[in-house]
Design a protein around this ligand. Structure first.
Ligand SMILES: [Zn+2]
Length: 567
């Protein structure tokens, strides 16, 4: 059969989209790079020299001239909370501002368009903008017009609240601090408007839950934001009802967006393991996995098991006690959130049912328990599950070898591997020098042959893979994110743990594809693979490592569709 004079084979060679005149990262060429690529039906059909790919151009083919720029596989993110991040970006978004006046102006502008009875929600402020690092209710009262306000800071460890919120929560000078948090007070003991850690819940629990429509808007805002950062596939680290964490259940949000054809992001959902419900919840997890299906852009094939808390609040489960800040051991080492016996029974059943397990483990004890749990599974099931442990702040030396040996994926959030205040002031004094040197040992795990996948934990920290890669390679924050001249931008954290640019790209591309069981379909630019591409304004393979963080994504393609940037 012929169409307009061309044979069928020639027609099928005609591409929807071609990228020419660039530097295309590909495993199919010995140099690692080609000039051009052809895309058809959402899939890469050819990679090669410009003149070879020009053969694929027909009258309707869209031709993108890369003008020498680098094209790499689009990024993934192996641990992220997209809907939560999107919601925050739609609300009063204080990210990136620096002074008290900037914050107050932004909140006033936001309130001007807000109904009189609505909560003032959002957040993203950072401590250096305020005297002593803490903002006040009195300041906030001047711009919120009587509405209650709840504004978590950039790292979500503190919240700025106003008088209306303190009143609603019944927080007065007579209120005691909760065991896991602190109410900021003046010299007379009167609350001043900042709540730290567990004390945040005293107001956070009163915030009305977001409705379905708002959640959908949050998801779509997140999707656009992630595409603008070159991201096309993620693992949502928490789908379900997580009591106390204040996270909405986003399962239905994904299902609806997928059914409505609104998802261009591919999402693997980690279904929340409720530690108070025991093994009886497995039936519900199966129902959800089935409801999501496996053929769509949203799948729910993973279970999230949160084994401990975070070091800054002494809730990470450590093998030895925390120190008191003067170097003396306390009687407290954190504790496991899930009893090891229940965990091992859950792991046996979940892996037998074909679920992947995604562990949250920060303290060295929690990491050991996760590895011990996985070690009891039959080897074949261990590998086929692509089970992964996220965060991995303190890996004790004997555990370094076990990731490679057991086939467990190390899921790091590399942006945290720097000497920021959180680390030097809230972590290192309380763990001591030996354990401080166990932090985020990405290089050591990689050198031992383990698979590494990267994720952001957005909105806890930036979702920008280039900022995260900057830290993975340099072990300091880039000038775009850090305060210039501070230790976080000048003093590398454990420089031996730095990795190469190529290894960092790999962790964000093939590494995430592997975790999401997609490595045969995504994570590399080669014929037959999904056309997920990110085009960058700087060549990461040519610029000095110190400039990685000044790179931006100019074009993002998801399954052959341009989803960010316009050529
Ligand atoms: Zn998380």
């Amino acid at each position: 059969m012929s169409i307009g004079g061309t044979t069928e084979t020639e027609t099928s060679k005609i591409a929807d989209l071609v990228l020419v005149g660039g530097k295309v990262r590909t495993p199919t060429h010995p140099s690692g790079f080609a000039q051009a690529a052809a895309i058809s039906g959402g899939v890469i059909t050819a990679v090669g020299a410009d003149e070879q790919i020009r053969d694929h151009v027909g009258p309707r083919t869209r031709v993108v001239n890369l003008r020498g720029r680098l094209a790499i596989p689009a990024f993934g993110d192996a641990h992220i909370h997209p809907v939560q991040g999107g919601l925050e970006s739609l609300r009063c978004n204080l990210t990136g501002m620096r002074t008290r006046q900037e914050y107050l102006d932004a909140i006033a502008a936001y309130c001007a368009a807000l109904p009189g009875d609505a909560w003032v929600l959002g957040g993203g402020w950072s401590m250096p903008g305020f005297p002593g690092g803490t903002p006040t209710a009195a300041d906030l009262d001047t711009v919120t017009g009587g509405r209650p306000a709840f504004l978590p800071n950039r790292d979500h460890h503190s919240a700025w609240v106003n008088t209306a919120a303190l009143t609603l929560a019944g927080i007065t000078e007579r209120s005691e601090d909760p065991v896991d948090g602190r109410i900021e007070r003046d010299h007379a003991g009167v609350p001043t408007g900042a709540l730290h850690e567990g004390a945040m819940h005293m107001v956070g629990n009163l915030v009305p839950a977001a409705g379905g429509e708002e959640l959908t808007r949050g998801l779509l805002a997140a999707q656009q934001h992630l595409h603008s950062l070159g991201i096309t596939n993620v693992q949502d680290a928490l789908v379900g009802v997580a009591g106390g964490l204040g996270m909405p259940d986003v399962f239905g949000t994904y299902l609806r967006a997928d059914a409505d054809g609104q998802l261009t992001l591919r999402v693997t959902g980690s279904l929340w393991w409720d530690r108070f419900r025991g093994l009886g919840q497995i039936a519900d997890l199966l129902t959800r996995r089935e409801a999501a299906g496996i053929a769509n852009r949203f799948r729910a094939t993973t279970v999230k098991l949160m084994l401990d808390g975070v070091c800054e609040t002494f809730t990470a489960a450590m093998g030895a006690p925390y120190l008191d800040g003067h170097g003396h051991p306390t009687d407290h080492a954190g504790s496991l959130f899930i009893d090891p016996a229940e965990l091992s029974e859950a792991a046996a059943q979940l892996s037998g049912l074909g679920f992947q397990m995604h562990f949250h483990a920060i303290g060295d004890l929690a990491i050991t328990v996760a590895l011990d749990t996985l070690a009891t599974l039959p080897a074949a099931r261990r590998v086929s599950g692509r089970h992964h442990i996220a965060h991995l702040q303190f890996i004790s030396p004997p555990d370094l070898d076990r990731f490679a040996r057991l086939g467990v994926v190390a899921n790091f959030q590399p942006l945290w591997a720097c000497e920021d205040d959180q680390n030097t002031e809230l972590t290192m004094p309380f763990v001591g020098p030996e354990r401080a040197a166990w932090q985020y040992r990405i290089g050591a795990v990689l050198r031992r042959g383990a698979r590494v996948a990267f994720g952001s934990d957005w909105p806890v920290s930036s979702a920008d893979p280039l900022q995260e890669m900057h830290v993975a390679v340099n072990r300091v924050l880039s000038a775009r994110l850090g305060e210039p001249g501070t230790p976080e931008t000048t003093t590398p954290l454990l420089p031996d743990e730095a990795i190469t640019v190529d290894a960092a790209i790999d962790a964000f591309t093939r590494g995430v594809a592997y975790v999401n069981h997609e490595e045969d379909a995504a994570g590399a630019l080669a014929p037959g693979m999904l056309a997920d591409v990110a085009v960058l304004d700087q060549d990461l393979y040519a610029i000095p490592a110190a400039e990685i963080g000044s790179t931006s994504v100019q074009l993002t393609i998801a399954a052959g569709q341009v989803v960010h940037g316009d050529e």
